[in-house]
Design a protein around this ligand. Structure first.
Ligand SMILES: Cc1cc2nc3c(=O)[nH]c(=O)nc-3n(C[C@H](O)[C@H](O)[C@H](O)COP(=O)(O)O)c2cc1C
Length: 207
C-alpha cells in the first residue's frame, strides 16, 4: 500500500470479525514495532502478546473486575462488546529503569541516574513510537487496530495477570484483528469532533 494511503486510512477500529490474524502479519507488526527510534537506542520496550482466546479472555476478565469506570464514554456497552471481538491484544510496556541504566553508560555519562535530567519521559515516548509503527503496519496488512488505555485502577491486576515485572510499565493495549465494519461498533471521538486544520496547529517561525 502507498505510504500516504496507510497514513490516511489509519483509524481506530473497535469491532472485529472472527477471522484470526495471520502469524506472518503479527510477526511483521511486531518486527516493525522494534524498528521505532529510541533515545540512546535504549529500546526499553517490551510487548506482551495475547493471541489465544484464553489469554484474550483473561485480559477482559481483569478489565471487568475493575472497580473504576473504564476510560470510555459512560454507558457505552458497545465499546466493550466490540473490543472483546479482537482476536489479538498486545500490551506494550516501557521501562524507565532501562533508560536510566543506558544513560549511565560511559558514552552518555549520567551516572547519577537523576530523573531531573530527563526533559521528557523518553521511555513512554519511545514505546508510543513503537505503537504507532504497529498501527501503521496493521493498516498495511489490511487489518485494523485500536490503542486504548489501561485504567489506573486495573494496573496492578494487569501486571499480576500477565506477570509483568515491577520495573516495567504497561502503557496501554493494542487490539488487532480484521475490521468488522457492519456490526454495532462504538464510534470514536472523530464522530463528534473535527480534525484540526494544519493552519490551526502549525506555527512557523514562532508561536
Ligand atoms: C493516548 C491515546 C489514548 C487513547 N485511549 C483510547 C481509549 O481508551 N479507548 C478508545 O476507544 N480509543 C482510545 N484512543 C483512540 C482515540 O480516541 C483516537 O485515536 C482519536 O479519537 C482519533 O481517531 P482515529 O485514531 O480513529 O483517527 C486513544 C488514543 C491515544 C493516542
Amino acid at each position: 500500500m502507498e505510504f500516504q494511503d496507510v497514513v490516511r486510512r489509519r483509524r481506530m477500529v473497535r469491532r472485529y470479525t472472527p477471522e484470526p490474524v495471520a502469524e506472518s502479519s503479527l510477526s511483521r507488526i511486531l518486527d516493525n514495532a522494534v524498528r521505532a527510534p529510541s533515545a540512546g537506542f535504549s529500546q526499553g520496550w517490551s510487548f506482551v502478546v495475547l493471541d489465544t482466546p484464553e489469554d484474550v479472555a483473561r485480559y477482559w476478565a481483569v478489565f471487568a473486575g475493575d472497580s473504576e469506570p473504564p476510560t470510555q464514554p459512560a454507558g457505552d456497552d458497545r465499546w466493550l462488546a466490540g473490543m472483546r471481538t479482537a482476536p489479538v491484544l498486545v500490551i506494550p510496556c516501557s521501562s524507565k529503569a532501562a533508560y536510566l541504566a543506558r544513560y549511565a553508560e560511559p558514552d552518555k555519562g549520567w551516572e547519577d541516574r537523576a530523573e531531573a535530567r530527563w526533559p521528557m519521559p523518553f521511555w513512554h515516548m519511545d514505546t508510543a513510537m513503537a505503537v504507532q509503527n504497529m498501527l501503521l503496519t496493521v493498516v498495511d496488512e489490511g487489518l485494523g487496530a485500536c490503542y486504548f488505555g489501561i485504567p489506573p485502577s486495573s494496573d496492578v491486576a494487569v501486571r499480576e495477570a500477565f506477570g509483568i515485572p515491577a520495573e516495567w510499565d504497561p502503557v496501554g493495549v493494542v487490539s488487532i484483528g480484521h475490521p468488522d465494519l457492519q456490526g454495532p461498533s462504538a464510534q470514536g471521538s472523530p464522530a463528534r469532533r473535527t480534525r484540526k486544520a494544519r493552519g490551526e496547529v502549525v506555527h512557523r517561525g514562532r508561536w
